[in-house]
Design a protein around this ligand. Structure first.
Ligand SMILES: [Zn+2]
Length: 363
């Protein structure tokens, strides 16, 4: 059976948060808004003001920075003092995840307002929970997707370039992982088969990125939104978000998950590891040389990593990868969504092959 899921509304444009009060009007009267100190600096009271102007009640909970049990409990207690009807999470991935978990625990709809475009998680119905030491703990799954995702491109264009490039890395993988899933017949994240819609969205995400990534990066340089930036933000957040949940993940993300277990990758972003993981997936798929050349050179132009060293993994010898291999090739890994059988040795070889090609190109 095919299943396709998505948020009720996706809204994107310059200055979108100024309209949040009107946009969210149908959802309820009482809102609990969470953001961290950094986001507080950037958007201050703009969201709360917009809600107040629309006659809504809004309380703020300051997010401490980690989506972990103690933080969730603290915010839950704050929220319950004046029970809200809607949770809003404004910020990066961890703020969004915390808002999602709060919405699960309080059985309320959630609104996600991303302030960076570093990955395609805002539209998803997943939240990753860490322990107090910032180590992955478990995944929480919402019954439904976020109700509204509101993306203010004027805020995103001011975020550091590296975040945006990482978001491009996360999104490039979506098409190729969805296709692998469709070919193997694996389920998507709604426990259904991959639909034509999912493949079309994932493909469109890549087409837009291929065509407009460089121009969109100019917007970051100037701090002024251009059409390419609008389109690439839509590709990395909406198209890739719907593409991955409805299309499923495969080798690229499993490589990224495994690499998070290596101490050396602490400073590396999800999208950067996924991007390199995709190069490994291409090696596993034995893609033709010309295709590989094109992809590697696209990565270099955009500023995505093509070597293990760029992810912090040095020297790039197979022993360094041992702690990651168990996760990458374990029974629960998405790598088994690839349409052929996977062995640990072939994956280790593919990782080193991708690295070797990257090193050779860098000269
Ligand atoms: Zn991802």
């Amino acid at each position: 059976m095919k299943i396709f899921g998505s948020p009720f509304r996706y809204i994107q444009g310059p200055g979108a948060i100024a309209h949040l009060g009107d946009i969210l009007a149908p959802l309820g009267e009482r809102y609990f808004l969470i953001f961290d100190e950094v986001v507080k600096e950037i958007i201050g009271n703009r969201i709360a003001d917009s809600l107040h102007q629309a006659g809504k009640n809004c309380h703020i909970g300051l997010f401490g920075g980690e989506c972990c049990k103690s933080e969730i409990l603290k915010l839950k207690q704050q929220a319950q003092k004046e029970p809200p009807e809607v949770i809003i999470g404004a910020g990066g991935g961890k703020t969004a995840d915390t808002a999602k978990v709060l919405s699960i625990e309080l059985e309320l709809p959630v609104v996600i307002v991303p302030t960076i475009a570093s990955n395609d998680a805002p539209t998803s119905h997943f939240a990753v929970v860490y322990n107090e030491n910032h180590v992955y703990d478990h995944m929480e799954i919402m019954k439904l997707s976020p109700w509204y995702v509101v993306v203010d491109t004027e805020i995103l264009v001011k975020a550091p370039k590296r975040f945006f490039v990482a978001g491009i890395g996360d999104a490039i993988a979506t098409k190729f992982e969805a296709e692998a899933n469709a070919n193997s017949g694996a389920n998507n994240y709604f426990e259904g088969q991959v639909s034509q819609a999912a493949l079309a969205l994932a493909d469109q995400s890549w087409q837009i990125i291929k065509e407009k990534a460089f121009e969109s990066l100019q917007a970051i340089d100037t701090g002024i939104v251009n059409q390419a930036f609008e389109d690439v933000v839509e590709a990395t957040i909406l198209l890739s978000g719907l593409g991955f949940e409805n299309g499923g993940l495969a080798a690229a993300h499993s490589i990224s998950s495994g690499f998070t277990f290596l101490d050396q990758t602490r400073g590396t972003m999800h999208g950067e590891m996924v991007a390199f993981g995709l190069l490994v997936q291409f090696m596993l798929e034995e893609r033709p040389k010309q295709f590989l050349n094109e992809m590697f050179s696209f990565y270099q132009k955009v500023g995505l990593p093509v070597t293990l060293a760029e992810l912090g993994i040095k020297p790039s010898i197979s022993e360094k990868l041992v702690p990651a291999m168990e996760t990458i090739c374990g029974p629960a890994s998405e790598i088994h969504n690839m349409p052929f059988e996977i062995h640990t040795e072939m994956v280790a070889r593919a990782i080193l092959k991708a690295d070797l090609m990257g090193e050779a190109l860098k000269g």
